[in-house]
Design a binder for this molecule. Sequence first.
Ligand code: HEC
Length: 492
Amino acid sequence: MRQRLLPLSAALIAAAAAQDGGQLYTSYCSACHGPDGKGATGGAFPPLAGSPWVQGDPERAIKIVLHGLHGPIDVFGRTYNLEMPPQGAAIPDDQIAAILTQVRASWGNASPAVTTEMVKATRAANADRKTAWTAPELLKLHPLPVSAPPIAKLTSRIYHGDWTTLPDFSKLEARNIEEENDGLIDVSHGDREDLFALVWEGEIQAPESGTFTFRLDADDGARVLIHGKPVTEVSGIGPFGTNRAQNGSIDLSAGSHPIRIEYLEYMGQQDIALAMKGPGINGWRALSQKPVQPEKPTIMVAPTADRAVIYRNFIEGVSPRAIGFGFPGGVNLAYSADHLAPALIWTGEFIDGSRHWIERGQGNQAPAGQRVVKLASGRSLPPEARFRGYKLDSAGNPTFSSQLGKGFLLDAWKPGSSAELVRTLTLKDGATALEIPLADSLPTRLLAPGVWQLGDTLELRAEENTAIELRDGQAFLKLTNGQPVVLTYHWK
Ligand code: HEC
């Protein structure tokens, strides 16, 4: 159903006189969508700021408020799969109109007002509706507004040549010129894999006057020029998505501005990502097919020179109860208290704790270092075994303890000389001997007496007489009561 839209300002005045949309928003919506429209609880709920779901055809948002929404919905490329409860019974038509008018004119949204009559008509037309809407249903009835291409009049030129720095394009002749109607830069449809360069030209839109920041990432080199002035550059040869991404800023007046992006691919992988932000833009606006990795504050959890550090939170690749240890010398362990086994070991940096400190424990944090090796993916002790905690020595090195009947298995870890972890296993107070898998996720083979190869990067060393047996390419260790076994994990 099409409805008449009032001019924005007149409707706003009318709505403001009747109802305070901002105050109503605070009462009815902000608990979930946030006072700033960005989604409450650090983005667990979808944003209304800049959301195409609230813009354009007002019936879409009216229906969501009246009857609720459930199932997967995509907002800014992120899929939510939650429930919004229906509000139609609780909020009268004039108040829904006031809220949506407010929302559609706030936080970068710029859509016409919603009148009480529109809400009334939508409510009447859907009086029989008992269930919440789904996103696909709404998209069929009220497609999202099509937005202008991020870079208008975009063209690309391709050049062939063996360059390791950006060449002087004015001296070169392009092999091919193409129009890029989607308005996004992208290297994936180049005409060769290596040894080429690209130049894109087009126009970007500054919604308001002010300072705009451009974030660029590339494999290999790239730079951005606006009005012919360099704004940011990723120089030389190197990979994408690491610490090479660069930001640069420029002052622009409201309106359109010529942009030029130069790009160079030497060998191997090829990629470019570019985004802009500034006044009138909600978050980062993508100017490339590929998204730019956001800048994220890094809060590295690190050991001191002579003491290990503990990290107890969700670690990627480890069962929920993970206990992480970063040891001096750049070796690390994530022990699973569910599996009573070392899950991951790795070298280099330990853990970036920023996610958990900022967002209060959402999601898993991956190890920050390199050469991550998964030692165990399941339990390594019999089902009756119970985790009994861990003790630290004076250097912060842990000894994990598991109870087996009346006995205990002590599993002590400390750093070795370099790129090494030393593990001491002791079976204590128990009568029975015990066999445990040493690496249930890695193919293992004997290299020399007392030396085994685990997977690709790891060597396991033990006393020659240690009872390690290989079966089907997996290593099993036999432990006898009261006889400690020392194992050394060494990265090659
Ligand atoms: C109890 C929490 C809650 C309240 C209160 C709530 N919403 Fe929602 N809203 C959600 C959830 C959850 C979704 C996503 C549902 C899904 O995943 O299918 C959503 C989705 C939306 C969407 C579509 C997605 C988007 O980001 O644009 C709009 C529009 C919306 N809500 C508007 C409102 C308005 C306006 C109010 C106040 C009248 C409101 N909501 C109150 C939880 C809530």
